[in-house]
Design a protein around this ligand. Structure first.
Ligand SMILES: [Zn+2]
Length: 277
């Protein structure tokens, strides 16, 4: 079921990790950001859109992780985009014959059968200098940064006051750093939060890739919460964060030990480099 969060902006929530697909109304159809997770859910979204006479005219994946790269034949054959770095990463990771089996192994077993991988990751990279999604609708500014995954992008729909944050600024998942692709994952994450902070004053509605929609009052609060977590990780401190430990909504079921794994990885990294973080 589609739910309006701002004028011309609707979300479709998945049962998996409270994932949010975002629909933006344009002149001739809709832009669909991170379409969803299970085949049934995406088909349901496709039905809702076709019932309301709204074809999908463009797609966008916020980053190169499987749960943001899915598609369904019923959504049609609109161009699907990501940042150039996102698309290059997808190409590098998915072009060999064993790729889909590797992806399937990452999906929680209880939903693995329901996730359609046929059209996984068929995205076109937008040139790095392209600051907006090319489509006929409200301007969607691409705020690219190097946190969580290569070429991760948040999207700002200025006219509607909506920030689509990808996998940053979640109220249910801790910041998950990109520990494999960057020299300084802590600083990269903090830089991304500063970028989003620069856009925050224009935001009335915050849509995280996973978790609850936030109002204007939530934007700075979630930026601060993510920053406090990243600082605690950097200083090997104990984060006083409701997203870690027994109070966590998803962390303990879907991503058990994620915080401990990040701590351990960073400790090994600083041992190797002789530098903190
Ligand atoms: Zn995700």
């Amino acid at each position: 079921m589609l739910r309006q969060v701002a004028e011309g902006v609707l979300i479709h929530e998945s049962e998996f990790l409270q994932s949010n697909a975002v629909v933006v109304h344009g002149r001739a159809g809709v832009l669909l950001i991170d379409p969803g997770v299970t085949g049934d859910e995406i088909a349901c979204l496709a039905n809702d859109l076709s019932d309301s006479g709204q074809p999908v005219v463009a797609g966008f994946s916020t980053h190169p992780h499987w749960d943001h790269l899915l598609w369904h034949a019923r959504l049609g054959a609109a161009p699907r985009y990501g940042t150039a770095r996102c698309a290059a990463t997808v190409r590098a990771r998915l072009s060999d014959a064993g790729a889909k089996a590797r992806v399937a192994a990452l999906i929680p077993p209880d939903i693995a059968e329901q996730v359609p991988l046929d059209l996984l990751g068929l995205i076109t990279g937008l040139p790095a200098e392209m600051a907006q999604i090319p489509w006929d609708g409200p301007q969607v500014r691409i705020i690219e940064h190097q946190a969580h995954a290569p070429g991760h992008a948040a999207l700002l729909i200025e006219e509607r006051g909506v920030l689509v944050a990808g996998d940053l600024l979640s109220d249910v998942l801790i910041p998950m750093l990109d520990l494999n692709d960057t020299a300084d994952p802590i600083e990269d994450y903090l830089a991304a939060l500063r970028l989003l902070e620069g856009a925050a004053d224009d935001v009335d509605v915050l849509v995280p890739g996973h978790g609850s929609i936030g109002g204007a009052d939530q934007v700075h609060a979630r930026i601060d919460q993510d920053r406090a977590y990243v600082h605690a990780l950097r200083d090997a401190g104990v984060p006083g964060d409701p997203r870690v430990g027994p109070s966590a909504t998803f962390g303990k079921d879907w991503l058990p030990g994620m915080h401990e794994r990040q701590l351990q990885h960073l400790a090994q990294r600083s041992e190797r480099d002789g530098t903190p973080g």
